[in-house]
Design a binder for this molecule. Structure first.
Ligand SMILES: [Zn+2]
Length: 390
């Protein structure tokens, strides 16, 4: 057998990672089931699980009847991750608020907080958030040494290696060293990622993506972006710029976009674009949510604005399907929670613009998660990098 240069330690780490991920996904399960699914020998599984039990991250949770014995007689011991052995902090810096939460080892959201923005200064904002992390942990009586790390989602371009937000026009940040500022207050690893990519990870770990390797999370809020997972991995592009579906040109003579170009998807169908159109046609200052409420109350102009947005979003989704052929596109964000008035034209347009002749290639679903997906995904980032070591 050729191991391609991997030494035994690497092989063992890989096996360990596989077992941890199976426990995360399917636990509680028996050692025998772990052996069957992984193809690792029973002694290897017993040894790996034994080490994890000694470390305190895995526990025996009970028994089940052995199906091989007709469900009676000999019992199998079930094992699982120990929920409270480790925790992850997930943070999302948004345009209007900072959302933060603590997840346990199985990814359950233990608690969360939404902080208003009290200063436009990024350094002060991050320091304030770090102090809230300390406060939240002490309130829950979680010792620092049980925290694996902090995952941080930010809009815009990130330097993941150095933990720097290179550019975020929406936040007004440029070259902000998020990791260093957190480290002034907290001594734990800090991982940075684009916020929509965090959401895609959240969907991969906790949502529809659990059994899929190729999925795209399509987020439509004030802006539009997507997180692309190919072969089970987040796709970043050569310089972290992948996924900017919001700035693909849909109408070269269309309205001005915040990026400086004309007719981007974001300028036609984002929350901001809907609010702009509402202002133009309804003759008063409105939010995208106001347009939704007016449409719900029967206003035909408001309904027309949302239908048109749904049509453009459908074009965007079809473009994604034609480019990547994912198993699923998961829809997420405030605009997509408007119900059928947006979703119906979106789905109709998407299916009529998909090139593939296989209808199952265009599986499009609404995420089961709301705003919490961002912090859950930031926590998933910590699990992925620091616990599963993927
Ligand atoms: Zn643009």
């Amino acid at each position: 057998m050729v191991l391609n240069g991997q030494n035994m330690t690497e092989v063992k780490l890989k096996n360990r990672s596989v077992v941890l991920r199976l426990l995360f996904k399917y636990g509680p399960i028996s050692r025998a089931q772990l052996s069957q699914v992984t193809g690792l020998t029973p002694p290897t599984i017993t040894s790996l699980v034994g080490e994890m039990i000694n470390e305190g991250i895995v526990i025996e949770t009970g028994n089940t009847d052995d199906p091989a014995k007709g469900g009676v007689g000999r019992k199998r011991v079930l094992i699982d991750l120990k929920n409270d052995a480790k925790y992850e902090i997930g943070i999302e810096f948004g345009v209007e608020t900072t959302h933060m939460g603590i997840n346990d080892l199985k990814g359950n959201l233990v608690c969360d907080r939404i902080l208003p923005i009290i200063t436009p200064d990024p350094t002060e904002r991050i320091r304030q958030t770090a102090r809230e992390v300390v406060d939240m942990l002490s309130e829950r009586e979680i010792p620092m040494e049980r925290v694996l790390g902090i995952g941080v989602g930010v809009p815009g371009l990130v330097d993941r290696e150095r933990g720097i937000n290179r550019k975020s026009p929406n936040l007004g940040w440029k070259n902000v060293n998020v990791r260093n500022i957190f480290s002034e207050v907290l001594s734990m690893p800090v991982l940075l990622e684009n916020n929509v990519r965090c959401m895609a990870l959240g969907e991969q770990f906790f949502g529809f993506g659990r059994e899929m390797d190729d999925i795209i999370l399509f987020h439509v809020g004030m802006g539009i972006g997507c997180g692309i997972i190919i072969d089970g991995r987040l796709f970043h592009g050569s310089s972290e710029g992948a996924g900017e579906i919001g700035h693909t040109t849909i109408d070269i003579n269309g309205p001005q976009c915040g990026c400086g170009k004309k007719g981007c998807l974001e300028a036609l169908a984002s929350g901001r674009a809907i609010a702009d159109k509402g202002r133009e046609f309804l003759g008063r200052d409105v939010s995208a949510y106001d347009v939704f409420l007016a449409a719900k109350a029967g206003d035909p102009i408001a309904a027309g604005i949302l239908k048109e947005a749904g049509y453009y979003l459908g074009i965007g989704v079809a473009n994604l399907i034609n480019l990547f052929n994912p198993q699923m596109v998961v829809l997420h964000g405030g605009v997509l929670n408007s119900g059928d008035i947006v979703l119906k034209p979106l789905l109709e347009t998407a299916s009529s613009h998909v090139f593939s002749d296989r209808s199952e290639d265009a599986d499009i679903k609404l995420s089961a998660y709301g705003d919490e997906l961002g912090i859950m995904g930031a926590s998933a980032l910590v699990l992925k990098e620091l616990f599963f070591k993927l």
